[in-house]
Design a protein around this ligand. Structure first.
Ligand SMILES: [Zn+2]
Length: 282
């Protein structure tokens, strides 16, 4: 997970830009009437997100229409995002691009995929008032966007990490485990910091599970290990140990799958002595 700065865009200005070209004037006026509610919802959202309490925003769920099946505001707000912000050439598209570009192409949720979509941290289907809230729009790769789907957290523990509000980069939380023969392989797991609260630990685990990061990272290992094993094949033991230590150290305390992999390889007497000669089940 890669933290990103909270967007400098505020919800009211974003909403006003998105609806600015709406025609006819009557439709625009109807959307304009919702502006105060959009701004208030965004303020509630930012406060809750900063306190890791997005599960407490039940009062915004399905609002402003609530149970009124004939009301049209929810639909109008959702299409404000799809037609007036995400659609190419729409009034809000430059703001959409601005949010997306902050990720510099890398998906902050998995730290691996290409970020070419915006994901609603709280889904627009359940929270129409947050459909265009910048703080609720997180750059994501398509896989992560789909993995999260329309799910909203029902408890503090169920909240996946929020790149604008959560930063766990000061702790090495990603680790790899080597499995020795008969089926040599690599798996990834979370190593919680003793300084984390139980809630944060649960959230990191939830994030790891939701975006299937263990599977995603394990899928990358085959190519890396194939090349590494070939490279190490004819080297003496000492050179292999030194090479692995060097690679692990060069990744430092990063939480990338490569860093976790090299830390595990360098720390494995079995891999250093003969593991690199195996056919790996990856
Ligand atoms: Zn991703």
């Amino acid at each position: 997970m890669k933290p990103l700065p909270l967007p400098a865009l505020d919800a009211r200005t974003t909403y006003a830009s998105c609806i600015s070209k709406t025609r006819p004037a009557k439709a625009k006026a109807r959307l304009k009437e919702l502006e105060d509610q959009v701004a208030a919802a965004a303020a509630d959202y930012e406060k809750a997100a900063a306190a890791a309490a997005l599960h407490t925003l039940g009062h915004l769920e399905n609002q402003p229409d609530g149970d009124d099946e004939n009301a049209t505001s929810n639909k109008a707000l959702i299409s404000c995002y799809t037609s007036r912000m995400a659609r190419k050439g729409s009034a809000g598209r430059s703001l959409y691009n601005q949010l997306l570009q902050a990720a510099k192409d890398l998906c902050p949720l998995c730290g691996h995929g290409y970020a070419n979509t915006l994901d609603h941290q709280l889904p627009k289907s359940s929270y129409p008032l947050l459909a265009i809230t910048p703080a609720n729009l997180v750059p994501a790769c398509l896989t992560c966007n789909h993995a999260k789907g329309e799910n909203a957290p029902a408890s503090a523990e169920e909240q996946t990490l929020h790149p604008y509000f959560d930063d766990i980069t000061d702790h090495v939380w990603l680790a790899a485990r080597l499995t020795e023969p008969p089926e040599p392989g690599v798996s990834f797991y979370v190593t919680p910091s003793p300084g984390w609260t139980p809630t944060l630990t649960a959230r990191v685990q939830q994030h790891f599970a939701t975006f299937k990061l263990g599977k995603l990272y394990a899928a990358q290992v085959g190519t890396e290990l194939g090349a590494l094993n070939d490279y190490l094949r004819d080297k003496p033991y000492r050179a292999i140990a030194d090479e692995l230590q060097h690679r692990a150290a060069s990744y430092g305390t990063r939480n990338s799958w490569q860093a976790a992999l090299y830390r595990a390889l360098a720390a494995s007497p079995w891999y250093v002595s003969s593991g690199y000669l195996n056919e790996w089940d990856t």
